[in-house]
Design a protein around this ligand. Structure first.
Ligand SMILES: NC(=O)c1ccc[n+]([C@@H]2O[C@H](COP(=O)([O-])OP(=O)(O)OC[C@H]3O[C@@H](n4cnc5c(N)ncnc54)[C@H](O)[C@@H]3O)[C@@H](O)[C@H]2O)c1
Ligand SMILES: [Fe+2]
Length: 386
C-alpha cells in the first residue's frame, strides 16, 4: 500500500475563524457549563485591551471572572502553579486563554494540574495526561503558535533551564476563537517573529517523517499564504484583509504541525528558549535556513514542493542548486520582514553550543526530523547561525 494511504489520525478542535470571533467567548463558556471562569492572559495583552473585552463578553452572559495575567513569554512552571492557585482560590470551573502562545500554554498547564492534582512537570512527554482538563477556550492574539488548535503545551523548567513539551490530545482546547481583529496591536517585530514561527511550523510539518495527505494540504497552503501576505501585512498593520490571510496561514500551519509534529529547528529553538529565554519565533527564523540546507538531501521532492508553494521558480537543475534557491528564498523573506539578526546578536556564545545541542537532541520535535543529526551536526548548525 502506498505510504499516503497508511493509517493516520488527525486531531483538531472546534474553531471559529473571523472578525469578531473573540466576542463569542461568553456564549461558548456558558454553553460549556462555565460559571466562574479563570481568564489567563499577560500584561501586554491586557494593556492592548483584548483581555478586558473577553472579560466583558463573559460578564454579559452572567459568568463571574478572575483574571490571571502573571504570565511571561516562554512561560515557567511556577507561573502554571500560581495560576492553579488562583483557579482554586476563586472556585473556577472553566478557563479562557487570551494572548499569544505563552498565555495559551500556561492555561493548558493550569487545566492539566487542576484536573490531575500533580505538578506540571510530571506530564512531560507524549500522552501522559489521565483526567481531561476543565473546559478551555483559546483566543489567540498572535498569528504564530496556533497553540489554540495544537496538541502541544510548552513550558520552561527554570531549574534545569530547559523547555519541556507536553504532547497530548488532552491539551487540545474545546474551542478556538480565532479573530484577526486582535492582530493590529502587534508591533512589526512581534508580527515578524510570530509569522516566521508559523512558517517554520508549516515547513517542518511538510518534511516531517509523520506527515500525511491531510497535513500536507494544510502545510502547503499555509506556506503559500504566509509568504504572500506576511510582508505586506507588516507594512499595512491595520489592513484586516492582510492580517486575516496571515492568521489563516498560521491556523493551517497549526493544523499541519499539531498532527505531523515538527523538526530540528523547533528542537533547537526550544533549547535556546529554555536556556537563554530568547523569543521563540526569532530563534526559529534564525535557524530555519541552515536547518533546511541540512535536511534538504533527506527529502528533496518535499522541499521542492515548499519552494513552489513559496512562488519560487525551480529550474531543471541539480539538487544543490534547487536547495540554494529555497534557502535564498527564505533568507529574502526574513530580510523583507526585518529579521536579520543572528544568534550572536541575541547573546549566544560558542561556549553555549554543546549544552544547547545536547538538549536539542533530546527534544521530542527532533524525532520527526527527516534527517537524523548527531550532536556535532547540531553544534555546526548552531555555529553557522551565530
Ligand atoms: N503550544 C504550541 O503549540 C506552541 C507552538 C509554538 C510555540 N509555542 C510557545 O509559545 C510561546 C510564544 O508565543 P508567541 O510567539 O505567541 O508570543 P507570547 O505569547 O510569548 O507573547 C509575546 C509578547 O507579545 C505580546 N502580545 C501578544 N499578542 C499581542 C497583541 N495582539 N498586541 C500586542 N502585544 C501582544 C505579549 O504581551 C508578550 O509580551 C513560546 O513559549 C513557544 O514555545 C507553543
Ligand atoms: Fe513554534
Amino acid at each position: 500500500m502506498p505510504d499516503e494511504l497508511a493509517m493516520r489520525k488527525f486531531v483538531a478542535p472546534e474553531f471559529v475563524f473571523g472578525p469578531g470571533a473573540r466576542l463569542l467567548a461568553g456564549r461558548y463558556a456558558r454553553n460549556l457549563g462555565g460559571r466562574r471562569v479563570l481568564v489567563v492572559s499577560d500584561p501586554g495583552v491586557v494593556g492592548a485591551g483584548w483581555a478586558g473585552q473577553v472579560v466583558e463578553s463573559l460578564a454579559a452572559e452572567g459568568l463571574a471572572t478572575t483574571l490571571f495575567s502573571k504570565v511571561t513569554p516562554n512561560p515557567r512552571t511556577e507561573e502554571v502553579m500560581a495560576g492553579v492557585a488562583a483557579y482554586r482560590e476563586a472556585g473556577c470551573n472553566a478557563i479562557v486563554a487570551v494572548g499569544g502562545g505563552s498565555p495559551m500554554d500556561c492555561a493548558k498547564g493550569i487545566g492539566i494540574v487542576c484536573s490531575n492534582h500533580r505538578p506540571i512537570l510530571e506530564f512531560e512527554g507524549i500522552d501522559r495526561i489521565g483526567a481531561p482538563m476543565p473546559p478551555l477556550i483559546c483566543i489567540p492574539t498572535t498569528a504564530g503558535t496556533s497553540a489554540d488548535v495544537s496538541q502541544f503545551a510548552i513550558f520552561t523548567d527554570s531549574q534545569r533551564r530547559v523547555k519541556v513539551a507536553i504532547v497530548s490530545k488532552a491539551v487540545v482546547p474545546d474551542v478556538a476563537l480565532i479573530d484577526p481583529q486582535t492582530l493590529p496591536s502587534m508591533g512589526p517585530y512581534l508580527g515578524a517573529c510570530t509569522g516566521l514561527d508559523a512558517l517554520t511550523h508549516a515547513i517542518e510539518a511538510h518534511v516531517s517523517s509523520a506527515h500525511s495527505p491531510m497535513t500536507d494540504l494544510h502545510a502547503l497552503e499555509a506556506i503559500r499564504l504566509l509568504v504572500k501576505y506576511l510582508p505586506a501585512s507588516l507594512k499595512e498593520p491595520e489592513n484586516l484583509d492582510l492580517r486575516g490571510k496571515v492568521m489563516l496561514g498560521s491556523l493551517q500551519a497549526g493544523l499541519a504541525f499539531s498532527n505531523a509534529i515538527l523538526g530540528a529547528a523547533h528542537a533547537m529553538a526550544h533549547s535556546l528558549g529554555g536556556y537563554l529565554d530568547l523569543p521563540h519565533g526569532e530563534c526559529n527564523a534564525i535557524l530555519l535556513d541552515e536547518v533546511i540546507a541540512f535536511n534538504y538531501p533527506a527529502a528533496p521532492e518535499r522541499f521542492d514542493a515548499i519552494a513552489r508553494a513559496m512562488g519560487l521558480e525551480l529550474p531543471d537543475a541539480p539538487p544543490e542548486e534547487r536547495c540554494s534557491i529555497l534557502v535564498e528564498g527564505v533568507r529574502s523573506l526574513k530580510r523583507a520582514v526585518g529579521l536579520t539578526r543572528h544568534l550572536g546578536d541575541l547573546g549566544v556564545t560558542r561556549k553555549d553550543l554543546p549544552g544547547l545541542s545536547r538538549h536539542a537532541l533530546t527534544d521530542p520535535c527532533m524525532v520527526t526530523n527527516p534527517r537524523f543529526p548527531d550532536q556535532r551536526d547540531i553544534e555546526v548548525l548552531y555555529e553557522k547561525s551565530l
